[in-house]
Design a protein around this ligand. Structure first.
Ligand SMILES: *[C@@H]1O[C@H](CO)[C@@H](O)[C@H](O)[C@H]1NC(C)=O
Length: 535
């Protein structure tokens, strides 16, 4: 990160003579383009990974996920910061419903390419407003062309599933899962189709367990809690009635809040302890009164209550964490309780079967036949934690795109095909536009053509040769031509099944234009004084 950062500084200093407007823009261009250059090598099926090394601790992350990289870099350049903040808004992990994952890298690269073109135009004395005008017109034409090329197969269940599998495969082909992409694309499609149209990915739980190979990963129906069942308690429960709670179940320490206890004899201490134990017994009785056979607590359950539950034939699971109880509540339909005086008001969770299962060497608890029938768990296996983390990010991207595609089923073609299609439409418009605006419109088309160029470069092919061939193919009327990055040639990407979500492509186009425009509009960067402290 350091090296890259230094180059930004140098760029700004080198431009000492320029006027205020250009100077500020210059700095913006340099920052934004640097961000694009940083992530562009990760693009496409032959993209490379980055190692992110933390300055504060020794942790390292290996990733090619655009959002993860952008989140981690320390930025000083104001325009670069603006760009990154726009990009991260796109990231699916922010719960916003209409956002699509996976596009972050593409948006970043396209925005940077647009700004690279804009920089040339500014140097040729084209005013930023004229560039913005041209970019807007071009973006509209591109959008129109993209919309026209989109296909909708959602009427035909079989074909739509094929579409989803193909999108999933395209998304995963640039990730760690690319080795096993056939398997994982089916897995992701199965998981998303279970959701039956919902985009709530909370219902798909991902459990990571080191050991085994990535290909040993699998999909489980229901919910898996990575906890143990208490000693001497039933390990298998049918027709489970579950009380999910967040309450203190410890008696080992004497807890008298805010008070200090002084005792003069050990006998007194025993008495206090006995009182505590009785209180706990009462509490367990109250919990039992809910007519349950499973008790899941967010906090610890100490030996004494554990034993009481065992005596009553109730399975008790302790220390289920925030995430655990929240998900369990979601999938079993139970509410999280913290007081137990009114059993009739507490909504219990239900499932057909609770049992202990083994994953690798570990015992976990599986809840199957849960109330939320769409819930499922993907168990990821792999050699190291870093690999598993990256696999999870990849899978999450695929799940995001797929769940959005179920809602907006139109698809477009990948492999640079859509970009070429849009660039062609823009070129045609530029030809009939008079004045300097036409320069900006043409520049937009050039920026779009950079995407297939980068794909080819990343795969180590002669990009100039391939992309001009691709362009010729499109002018020849082959509207489904794109780059086959495994063979290194121009092919029909529809036949290859290199499909992407229309919504995602549109989002990439619009967000990149928006980001570029936002940076072009800036004529000054003002350093604000720190806010005055009011006495
Ligand atoms: C999906 O990809 C396969 C090739 O892997 C292709 O034959 C098929 O036509 C594609 N399906 C759709 C619906 O585009």
């Amino acid at each position: 990160m350091r090296v890259w950062y230094a180059s930004i500084q140098r760029g700004v200093e080198g431009d000492g003579q320029a006027k205020m407007l250009t100077r500020c823009l210059q700095s913006s261009f340099i920052g934004a383009i640097a961000v694009g250059d940083l992530v562009k090598s990760t693009l496409g099926p032959k993209g490379m990974d980055k190692i992110l090394q933390s300055v504060s601790n020794q942790g390292v992350v290996v990733t090619n996920d655009g959002a993860t990289i952008l989140k981690s870099i320390a930025l000083d350049n104001a325009a670069a910061k603006v760009l990154v903040s726009i990009l991260l808004r796109l990231d699916c992990s922010k719960v916003q419903d209409d956002e699509v994952g996976d596009g972050t890298t593409s948006v970043c690269v396209l925005a940077a390419e647009l700004l690279r073109e804009a920089e040339q135009l500014v140097n040729q004395k084209v005013h930023p407003q004229v560039i913005i005008d041209g970019f807007r017109a071009a973006s509209k034409a591109a959008h129109e062309a993209l919309r026209k090329s989109a296909q909708d197969n959602s009427q035909d269940e079989e074909r739509f599933r094929e579409d989803l599998t193909n999108i999933s495969r395209t998304t995963l082909s640039s990730k760690v899962l690319s080795q096993d992409k056939e398997y994982f694309s089916q897995l992701a499609v199965d998981a998303v189709l279970r959701l039956k149209g919902s985009t709530n990915l909370e219902n798909i739980q991902i459990i990571k367990k080191t050991g085994g190979r990535l290909a040993d990963s699998y999909l489980e129906e229901g919910f898996i809690l990575d906890k143990r069942i208490g000693v001497n308690q039933p390990k298998r429960i049918e027709n489970a009635k579950i009380l999910i709670a967040n309450t203190a179940m410890d008696t080992d320490k004497i807890k008298v809040f805010g008070a200090r206890v002084r005792v003069d004899a050990t006998g007194k201490l025993a008495e206090l302890e006995r009182a505590e134990r009785n209180k706990m017994k009462e509490k367990v009785e109250k919990i039992k009164a809910h007519g349950i056979n499973c008790f899941v607590n967010r906090q610890l359950i100490y030996n004494w209550p554990e034993q009481l539950f065992a005596d009553a034939g109730i399975t008790a699971i302790e220390h289920a964490d925030f995430d655990g109880v929240e998900r369990l509540s979601l999938v079993t339909g139970g509410e999280i309780a913290s007081t137990f005086d009114h059993p009739e008001l507490v909504k219990l969770g239900h499932c057909d079967l609770i049992e202990e299962i083994m994953i690798g060497e570990d015992k976990l608890v599986r809840f199957s036949g849960v109330a939320a029938g769409e819930a499922c768990t993907i168990v990821l296996r792999g050699a190291t934690n870093q690999l598993l983390d990256e696999a999870e990010r990849s899978l999450h991207d695929a799940l995001c795109v797929l769940s959005q595609t179920v809602k907006e089923p139109r698809t477009v073609l990948g492999g640079g095909c859509s970009e070429m299609l849009m660039a062609k439409a823009i070129d045609e418009m530029a030809a009939s536009t008079p004045g300097k605006k036409a320069l900006a419109i043409e520049a937009f088309a050039r920026a779009l053509r950079q995407l297939p160029t980068i794909l080819a470069d990343n795969a180590g092919y002669d990009s100039a040769d391939l992309v001009t061939k691709l362009r010729a193919a499109h002018y020849d009327g082959k509207t489904t031509a794109g780059l086959d990055m495994y063979q290194g040639k121009v092919s029909d990407v529809r036949e290859l099944g290199i499909t992407e979500s229309y919504k995602l492509k549109r989002q990439v186009l619009l967000s990149a234009s928006e980001a570029a425009e936002m940076i072009l509009r800036v004529d000054d960067i003002i350093r604000c004084a720190p806010r005055q402290r009011t006495a």
